[in-house]
Design a protein around this ligand. Sequence first.
Ligand code: SF4
Ligand code: SF4
Length: 344
Amino acid sequence: MKHLAEYKEIIHSCSKCGLCQSVCPIYKITGNDCTVSRGHFIMLRGLIKGDLKMSPKINRYLDLCLKCGACSKFCPVGIDVVNIIAAAKAEYFKTHPMEKFFSFIQKNFIFGLGINVLKIFSHNRKSKKFDKKVLYFGGCSGTVKGSHAVVKLLNACNIEVVTPKFKCCGIPFFVRGDIQNYEKYKKSCLDIVKKYGINEIVTTCASCEKTVKNFDNEIVVKNIFDYIKESNIKLKLRKKCRVTFHKPCNIDNFEAIKWILNNTENLEYIEMKDFDGCCGMNGITKFQEYKIMLKIFESKHKNILATKAKTVLTSCLGCEAALNFYSLGKYKVEDFTEFLGKNI
Ligand code: SF4
Ligand code: SF4
C-alpha cells in the first residue's frame, strides 16, 4: 500500500474537468466540490505540498466518499480514486488516536465477538464432489449465513465448493485508513488460499469481491452469479415472486445478475428507477452524515415502492443492512444468493 505522497504525480494529473461530478452519488446530493474527486484532489495536493494540514474537516470529506470507484471509470485520466482516498485516510488514522480506538472496537467487538455469536445460527451444507473446485470466501456475511445456498447453487452448476474459515476481507479497516489491520486480513486470506492450493475464489458479497480481487492478480475472484450465468442453468422458484434489485456500487458485472433475474422461472423482476443509485450505507455508519444519507435513501425508498415489489434483492452485506434499516417494514430485503438458495 503506497503512502499519500507517492500519489503526487497522479493527483497532479487531474485536469479538473469535473466529469466525476456527473456520476458521484454524493456530489449529486451535496453539490459541494469538496465531496467529489476533483475537490478531494485539490485538498490532497495542498496536503502534499504542506499548504494544508490534515484535519477532521478534510477527513469528513474523505469519509463521505463511498469508495465506489464510479468516478474512476468515468475519469478521462483514469485516476485510481479509491486507493488514493485510502492512502489519505491512512494519514489521518496515524495521527488521530480516536480513529485507532474505533478500529479496535470494530475489530474486537463487531468483527470478533459479534460475528462469533451470530455464527451459532449459521447454516452450512456439505458440497458434492465435481471436477472443478472453488473456494468460498464468505466474509462476515458468509460466516453468519453459512454456506448452504452457495453450495446448493454451485453444485447445481457442477462445481465443488470448499468452505475454509476465511475471516473478514478487511474492507472496513481499509476505508478507515487502518492499513495495518487491513494487511493482516489480506495476509490471512492469502495464507488460506495457499494452504488449499485452489486458485479460484467465489464470493456472494460485492464488497468482498472487489476487495479480494485486489489481493493478488494470480487469484481468480468471481461472483457466484458469474458461475450461474456461465453454466447456463435454468433456475425455477417454487412459488411466484415479484422482486426488484438494488445494484451495489461494488458490483462489476451486473449482466450476470440481470441474466438470472430475467431467466429464472416464476421470478418477476421489476427494474427500479436508479437501481444502481447509492443505498445510503454511510448514513448508518456515520451518524453525523445522517441528513445527507437520508436524502439518498428517500429517493431509493420511493423508487422501491413504485415497483410494488415486496422483496428487494441485493448482493452486498452493507447495502442489505442499509436497505433493511430504512425499509420501515414496507418490504423485505434479502441477499440474492440466500433468496435463490431458499426458494429453488
Ligand atoms: S474526472 Fe478525473 S480528471 Fe476530471 S476532475 Fe474528476 S478526477 Fe479530475
Ligand atoms: S469513489 Fe464514488 S463516492 Fe467517491 S468521489 Fe468517486 S463517485 Fe464519488
